[in-house]
Design a protein around this ligand. Structure first.
Ligand code: PHE
Ligand code: ZN
Length: 862
């Protein structure tokens, strides 16, 4: 089997409306693995039961497999055939049978990292969404739930540790081999199966659940990494306690294992009782991980743990329901992280991510509802829409009913559907019944793609002010007409001169295409604070002058709204400048200066608030994105603010950095603000800026300061830049996760020659297409660097298309993820658009393309 041939590019579209319950269920599965890096024998025993009256053959999916033997009820069986890569077993009139199938797979040649694969001598699995069929023949659909018994045997020296789901119920030795027998008492879909074998060491701990059960916890990593697992372990215990406290959900096995692997397509995977993680979301110590990395570890550990209930105990009926588990679980991990740190800052980060990753998706050719109607390759639907917009939809339900009623709804959901494969509709119905709310119109969020826009204006009549709302939902592929959405809008209104009534925080339900909301009596136009806390995932169009925005940035009692006001002020200033309207920067400078006054009490919030909007987000405000003008004007404004407030930035930097081992909110915020201050100061071109950055780089006692200083230097043209990059490389060349940062800061650089640098880095001996983290650290960073990726000669597009073409035969999932940036061509000028399209067409012209890349590239052209 070669890897490329196992994913034929026959674009078959699967439709949600075609769902049919399975013909056969499989209450029990026994798997027997004879482990080997380049040949693993898999014996599968499926006890199958027919669920429909008429005789019907058993359809078992396969991907790159050949059956070595088929037996039914103990007898050699010849009534089977291959249909494409699937196995059809004719069981005649049988209503139940024991079907045994032997296969042999080659983990070493599995470069897709789906199924059973080798990662640096380790054997591990990744089965979501359709990887189990690369291990053995199986229906491999999430509504077929089975109890698994897994026996594995392998060389003691090569595979000293043998892990699978559930509990280890027996083990023994056989010559130079040893074996283990694992049993998972909880029925689960095949995508939650996992197995790991290799040389690992463990960080052990335990957790006592709310009913007093002792759970053994283990985080398994390579020898030498165990000292970096403390934060992940703490996050795990905090998550277990939080899910008990907030959702009443207790862990349900005596053992919870996590394994960290270096080669992984995604962040992590929630396999029952045996989570498998990308090392980047487990390993952290102050010397090698930034505060952002620490928060990432905490959030992802929580996310995967929370899946034990939202995903595993209640799973998905089919993959169209993916947001049922992902949207809800993201909402849960966001709430957890908010509780563990600063809710306001967490909300700002989440909204920033939504705007950076999901809004563009919703506005482009790959837009889809959080519950899609069709797909060709499900791997392409692990999107910001399913995850992050999905979380926003759950958040709106929670906002509309409040925490107590929401909890009644989720309790009912878990009660009703425990042990089942459920649908998004089941969730909505449970909230409707449990929380007592009519979600009729709200269901449109599951059906309609596109980011709703509210156009707002204020109207006055005899001193009574009201807010007029016009709602539109833009057309998206396949959905030309849209109905208005139902959404909770939090607002407040202030009399800026202190006269009249202030309207305190209010939740209004927006349901119509047009709607009027009374605000109260004000002597003059009130300052409106709207979509507070980002209560709805929408775009608000509301003309407000710099004075009003500055007032809100200083006075709004909702921190998120203060952040939004300052961001809007910055955005307006930047968009005007990019459009050639020379603006007055005074209001922005004053507002930033004013915000900095709060630095001592809440440095984390202030750091977020004074950060200029990203180049991409500025582009999103424009009819046609002009990457060069945006780069120029953003740097200019950064320099202006840098210079005008230079003493303040210097004051921030003059203080001592909090010790890197201090991970308190305040310390993290302090470091964040120092990074922002350094960037502003460097933007001014101050003579001593590079020397100062280099000193911070050299004196840093941890990675947060070190990386921030390195990133600042990487933008410039100083000798210190070259020195720092070299020192960093020499120091961390043996640490892959830190080396990723070295690639990333260079690909993120604002220098004019960044594309050339990226080309050179792709030839670096430490660069490899075999490791997804490394690919993302270079090319993912490049597509996040708007002016570099969109360089006028089209070289950035060429680089990404070359990458997709080179990577697709090895790892189609990761290759396909690089395509969406090329699909944004409608947003750019004709010359760029033509070059972007040409690259998509060049990709599509390649023979033997995967289904993943075919779907993304062809849809991106529409
Ligand atoms: N289900 C995983 C998560 O969200 C993501 C994932 C999907 C991982 C597919 C691997 C493959 O937690
Ligand atoms: Zn998830």
């Amino acid at each position: 089997m070669t890897d490329a041939s196992s994913t034929p590019a026959i674009p078959v579209t699967v439709h949600r409306s075609d769902y049919r319950a399975p013909d056969w269920s499989i209450p029990d599965i026994a798997l027997d693995f004879a482990l080997g890096i380049d040949a693993t024998k898999v014996g599968a025993v499926l006890s199958v039961v027919r669920d429909i009256d008429a005789p019907v053959p058993l359809l078992l999916r396969g991907d790159g497999l050949t059956p070595a033997a088929v037996r039914v009820d103990g007898e050699v069986w010849n009534d089977w055939r291959m249909e494409g890569s699937d196995l059809i077993v004719d069981l005649g009139e049988r209503v139940a049978a024991t079907v045994e199938i032997d296969t042999v797979i080659d983990p070493a040649s599995n470069t897709q990292l789906s199924g059973l694969y080798a990662s640096g001598g380790l054997l591990c699995t990744q089965c979501e969404a359709e990887g189990f069929r690369r291990i053995t023949f199986h229906p491999d659909r999430p509504d077929v739930l089975s109890r698994y018994k897994v026996r594995m045997q392998g060389d003691k020296a090569a595979f000293p540790i043998l892990l699978s789901n559930g509990n280890c119920i027996d083990q023994g030795e056989a010559g130079s081999d040893h074996w283990a027998l694992w049993e998972d008492p909880w029925p689960k879909p095949s995508y939650l199966f996992a197995l790991v074998a290799g040389d690992l060491v463990v960080n052990r701990d335990s957790f006592t659940t709310m009913s007093g059960r002792e759970v053994e916890l283990g985080i398994w990593v390579r020898d030498g990494d165990v000292d970096r697992t403390g934060h992940a372990m703490q996050a795990l215990k905090d998550s277990m306690a939080w899910d008990e406290r907030v959702y009443g959900r207790e862990y349900d096995l005596d053992l919870f294992n996590i394994v960290a692997v270096s080669d992984f397509n995604m962040g992590a995977m929630e396999n029952k009782g045996l989570n498998i993680f990308n090392t980047r979301y487990i390993l952290a110590d102050p010397d090698t991980a930034t505060d952002v990395d620490y928060d990432g570890v905490e959030g992802v550990v929580a996310h995967e743990y929370f899946h034990n209930w939202s995903g595993n105990r209640v799973t998905c009926r089919d993959w169209f329901q993916l947001s049922l588990k992902e949207g809800f679980t993201v909402f849960r991990d966001q709430s957890f992280s908010a509780d563990m740190g600063s809710p306001a800052v967490k909300r700002i980060e989440d909204v920033r991510l939504l705007r950076a990753a999901q809004f563009p998706e919703d506005a482009g050719p790959l837009a889809h509802p959080i519950r899609p109607d069709s797909f060709q390759e499900i791997s392409n639907f692990y999107t910001a829409t399913i995850y992050n917009k999905g979380a926003e939809i759950i958040r709106m339900m929670a906002t509309m009913v409040g925490p107590e009623r929401f909890r009644k709804g989720t309790d009912l959901y878990f009660d009703r559907h425990d042990g089942e494969a459920a649908t998004c509709e089941d969730f909505v119905k449970a909230i409707e019944d449990g929380a007592g709310i009519d979600l009729g119109q709200f269901r449109r969020w599951y059906e309609q793609a596109g980011t709703p826009r509210l156009k707002l204006s204020l109207a006055e009549e005899g001193g009574h002010w009201s807010l007029d709302i016009v709602q539109t939902v833009p057309p998206t592929p396949g959905q030309p007409e849209k109905q208005p959405m139902m959404m909770p809008l939090r607002l407040a209104a202030f009399a800026t001169d202190g006269s009249g009534d202030a309207l305190a925080d209010t939740l209004v339900m927006v349901t119509g295409a047009t709607q009027r909301i009374a605000l109260g009596t004000f002597a003059a136009r009130p300052a409106l604070s709207v979509n507070r806390g980002f209560s709805a995932p929408i775009i608000v169009d509301f003309e407000r002058g710099p004075g009003e925005l500055a007032w809100l940035a200083a006075h709004d009692d909702d921190p998120f709204a203060r952040y939004e006001a300052l961001q809007q002020l910055m955005l307006d200033t930047l968009v005007a400048a990019v459009s050639g309207k020379a603006g007055d920067n005074r209001a922005v400078i004053d507002a930033v200066g004013q915000t900095l006054e709060g630095a001592a009490s809440d440095p984390a919030f202030v750091a977020e608030a004074v950060l200029l909007p990203s180049e991409a987000f500025i582009g999103d405000q424009m009819v046609t994105v002009d990457p060069d003008a945006i780069r120029r004007e953003r740097l200019a404004l950064q320099a202006t603010i840098g210079a005008a407030l230079e003493t303040k930035w210097r004051a921030v930097l003059a203080g001592k950095a909090p010790p890197a081992t201090d991970l308190s909110r305040k310390a993290k915020g302090g470091r964040r603000l120092r990074g922002v201050a350094l960037a502003y100061l460097a933007a001014t071109g101050a003579d001593d800026a590079s020397a100062l950055a280099f000193r911070i780089f050299s004196d840093a006692d941890g990675m947060t300061e070190r990386q921030a200083a390195l990133a600042t230097l990487a933008h410039g043209d100083s000798d210190e830049r070259i020195a720092a990059l070299d020192i960093f490389y020499q120091r961390y060349r043996d640490n892959p996760l830190v080396l990723d940062k070295w690639f990333q800061v260079q690909a993120w650089s604002l220098r004019a020659d960044t594309l050339d640098a990226v080309k050179e880095l792709a030839q670096h001996p430490d660069f490899t297409l075999a490791n997804p983290n490394r690919v993302r650290s270079l090319y993912g960073a490049l597509t996040g660097n708007q002016a570099a990726f969109h360089q006028a000669d089209g070289e950035g597009y060429r680089l990404i298309a070359d990458l997709v073409i080179a990577l697709d035969p090895k790892n189609p999932q990761t290759a396909a993820k690089m395509i969406p940036p090329l699909g944004r061509w409608k947003r750019f000028d004709d010359a760029r658009a033509a070059m972007m399209r040409a690259e998509l067409e060049r990709i599509l012209a390649r023979p033997g393309l995967s289904r993943d890349v075919t779907e993304q590239a062809s849809k991106s052209l529409l």
